[in-house]
Design a protein around this ligand. Structure first.
Ligand SMILES: NC(=O)c1ccc[n+]([C@@H]2O[C@H](COP(=O)([O-])OP(=O)(O)OC[C@H]3O[C@@H](n4cnc5c(N)ncnc54)[C@H](OP(=O)(O)O)[C@@H]3O)[C@@H](O)[C@H]2O)c1
Length: 285
């Protein structure tokens, strides 16, 4: 087997679904893990496992050797692009990577302070082929970050008012990533990946109430109360401020645009919220 595809963040929300998608197609690929022995992902006939740490340049050359297509994601904890991410991206191109599929952010082109904006610019400057997956808010935020609050308190406490969000299912993002990593496309592309509808959190709470057959409330705290609750729950200040900033962008109405990129690329409709809620109901039970 000769792997030409490297997946970063293979244990994450999107990366794990990319792994699943490539495995289903029996396409050989490699995953780069910070600590390969600590996860349940084991090498098999189609999957190589190598050490890869954005923060450790010694892991770069073996991880990138022979790779043409790189699935690149920025771990949320790494926010200093020039110190934490750029060295690996430059090394990838120096090692011969020809195409980078980057997990970016919806609206990034108007949001220059985000790490994703800087990473997109870096990739463009390096002159390598790219596919930017500018993803909307993940539906799976509700089944991961928000899960305990929904399960234990029956509430969604986010400071977004009545604003709508065009939530996307990470399974759709991963399906587009698999397409980009394996299709023989030669032009660089920028896709904005959203779900099929924009919902406010009162609608989200109603949909979850329906699936779970119990009442889930949307409480709409102020930004200051949200920050205070995050800090009290043990989340770091830097992380909390970034998340509060993203929800403020949503509150201002900037996360509601729906696109048909998923449908155009995959030839099937994007996964609707109702389907997500049904498939992930165990997360809140
Ligand atoms: N959440 C949203 O709504 C949303 C929307 C649009 C874009 N995004 C972007 O999507 C990205 C997050 O994707 P995700 O949710 O799939 O990730 P995730 O679930 O948060 O997982 C993070 C991944 O990064 C890996 N990792 C951590 N530190 C690393 C290091 N030093 N070197 C190499 N790998 C490292 C982790 O590996 P271990 O398991 O070994 O720790 C894990 O696989 C972020 O850039 C975020 O801004 C998120």
């Amino acid at each position: 087997m000769t792997a030409r595809i490297l997946i970063t963040g293979a244990t994450g929300n999107v990366g794990s679904e990319v792994v699943r998608g490539l495995q289903a197609l029996s396409i050989p690929f490699r995953i780069g893990l910070v600590n390969p022995s600590s996860t349940c992902l084991e090498a098999n006939d189609h999957m190589e496992v190598v050490p890869f740490d954005f923060l450790n340049p010694e892991t770069y050359s073996a991880a990138f050797a022979g790779i043409q297509h790189l699935f690149l994601m920025r771990p949320p904890a790494l926010s200093n692009v020039w110190r934490d991410i750029a060295p690996a991206v430059r090394a990838a191109v120096e090692c011969g990577v020809e195409h980078i599929v980057f997990l970016s952010l919806q609206g990034v082109e108007q949001n220059r302070i985000t790490p994703h904006y800087k990473i997109e610019k870096l990739i463009e400057q390096l002159g390598v082929r790219y596919t930017f997956l500018r993803a909307g808010f993940f539906m799976q935020n509700l089944s991961t970050t928000q899960a305990a609050e929904i399960r234990d308190a029956g509430e969604i406490a986010l400071p977004v008012g009545k604003a709508k969000t065009s939530f996307v299912d990470v399974r759709d993002i991963a399906a587009v990533a698999v397409y980009a990593l394996t299709a023989d496309q030669h032009e660089s592309q920028k896709y904005t990946l959203t779900g099929p509808e924009a919902l406010d959190y009162t609608q989200v709470a109603l949909k979850l109430s329906h699936v779970l057959e119990r009442s889930i409330r949307y409480t709409n705290p102020s930004v200051f109360r949200f920050i205070w609750r995050q800090l009290r729950a043990g989340r770091g200040l830097g992380y909390t401020l970034v998340v509060a900033g993203l929800y403020t962008i949503t509150r201002l109405g900037n996360a509601k645009t729906v696109t048909d990129d998923v449908q155009r690329i995959l030839g099937r409709p994007a996964i609707p919220f109702d389907q997500f809620a049904h498939d992930y109901r165990a997360s809140w039970q």
